[in-house]
Design a protein around this ligand. Structure first.
Ligand code: CTP
Length: 406
């Protein structure tokens, strides 16, 4: 439910504006307070009278009305979420270019809350390279794109560009606020617009179609980190190893992988677009030289599996790291913990390393708790008591924010 949530609904000139009326009603019924701003072109599709009646608030259209000036800054600060649905091609292009020739654009530019957009256009417009570039830019600025869908279009054509259905948009909004409310402390938007890559879980290295070499990683620490980051507004890419049940996580894109090599490829592909990367996965260090195509039958005597080294993902990211990117690794140790952790910090060119020792009760694989010591490349050392993995994730994220001056 959205009781107490303030939603600013932006409507631009598209035939899909008729769906905004349903969306507005659904939001109000869910308990949200809604104010509407619309572009002058949107008036050709829905009337301000309908929208103001349903929202019980005046509808903003013009920057200057008679002798009054519409305070776009305060509208942008009032909302918990600004949702532009439908987003027309024209408004998209203006937002991507930073134009400000109507009230909706002025509010967008001064909004301090998260901004979500639901594009709506014809198939050919959707596929135009400018549209793709503009959507890419909007995402880069930290806005959330609710993808358009395939279906029947106003032109009579069938293809991509249908605005997502109001019920689906409402479900996304509910999920977003619901997830935020589960975070024990105040949700901060300090990572809004930041892209964070997280690896989690084990990898499975196949011996034959039925057997593999794996480890006991539960993926819980990585999932806790991804949730914490998303709750602070980050766009999270979570690369997850196998055998881990992935919970419903709003605001997190999950890429599922099985082997160390697949995890390497996925992480390398996502790293260049990331501001922060946290490698929490327990990646296999060795993989069979060959994977048997058929199930290996048992024979008399011993058997030997020849292994080769996998590629070290964290180390490769450390090599490719650019200025402004922040790289965090984990170290799971059983002896000489600090020495090994500092060795990994240096050899992998990480900015921070989170050490957990299997000697500490309640730390490591499978537990819901963890006990970590964090080291950074400036020589900082922070030892934490045993806490839940969610609390540990929060401590790690706090420290990353502090060290990056975000
Ligand atoms: N790591 C990685 N790719 C690998 C192995 C490890 O990205 N092929 C990352 C882990 O995700 C973790 C860090 O490197 O962030 C340290 O992992 P750990 O298993 O503790 O150390 P290793 O480098 O594998 O060294 P060793 O097993 O000898 O302790």
């Amino acid at each position: 439910m959205l009781h107490g949530k303030k939603i600013l609904l932006g409507i631009s000139g598209s035939i899909a504006a008729y769906k905004s009326i349903t969306l507005l009603r659904l939001l109000i019924r869910s308990g949200a307070e809604v104010k509407v701003v619309m572009t002058p072109a949107a008036r050709d599709f829905v009337t301000p009278l309908t929208l103001s009646t349903l929202s019980k608030n005046p509808v903003g259209i013009e920057m200057f009305d008679e002798n009054a000036w519409a305070n776009h800054v305060m509208l942008g600060r009032w909302a918990d979420l600004m949702l532009i649905a439908p987003l027309s091609c024209n408004t998209l292009a203006k937002m991507a270019g930073g134009l400000c020739d109507n009230l909706l654009l002025a509010v967008y530019l001064s909004a301090t809350c998260p901004v979500w957009v639901a594009p709506a256009m014809d198939d050919d417009m959707w596929n135009h390279p400018t549209t793709k570039r503009n959507l890419y830019l909007l995402q880069e600025y930290g806005n959330k794109i609710i993808p358009a869908e395939k279906g029947e279009l106003a032109s009579g054509l069938f293809g991509m560009g249908r605005m997502s259905e109001p019920e689906e948009i409402l479900a996304l909004i509910n999920k977003y606020f619901d997830q935020a409310s589960h975070v024990p402390k105040k949700v901060s938007d300090s990572l809004w617009g930041k892209k964070v890559l997280v690896s989690a879980g084990p990898t499975f290295e196949p011996i034959d179609p039925v057997r593999f070499i794996g480890n006991h990683s539960s993926g819980k620490m990585g999932i806790a980190l991804a949730s914490e980051l998303a709750s602070r507004g980050a766009n999270v890419n979570l690369v997850m190893g196998p055998g881990v049940e992935i919970p419903e996580l709003g605001g997190i894109d999950v890429t599922k992988v099985k082997t160390a090599e697949e995890m390497y490829q996925a992480c390398l592909g996502l790293f260049s677009g990331s501001d922060i990367a946290i490698m929490a996965a327990a990646v296999a260090d060795y993989t069979p030289v060959e994977t048997a195509v058929e199930k290996i039958k048992k024979e008399n005597g011993e058997m030997t599996i020849q292994l080769k080294k996998t590629r070290d993902i964290l180390k490769e990211l450390g090599k490719q790291k650019r200025d402004g990117q922040y790289l965090v690794g984990f170290a799971l140790e059983t002896n000489n913990e600090k020495q090994h952790a500092l060795g990994k910090l240096k050899s992998k060119n990480a900015d921070m390393i989170v050490l957990n020792s299997l000697n500490d009760a309640g730390a490591g694989f499978g537990y819901d708790t963890n006990k970590v010591t964090i080291f950074d490349k400036e020589g900082g050392e922070w030892a934490f008591p045993q806490k839940s993995k969610a609390e540990v994730a929060s401590d790690i994220v706090d420290l990353i924010i502090e060290k990056n001056g975000i």
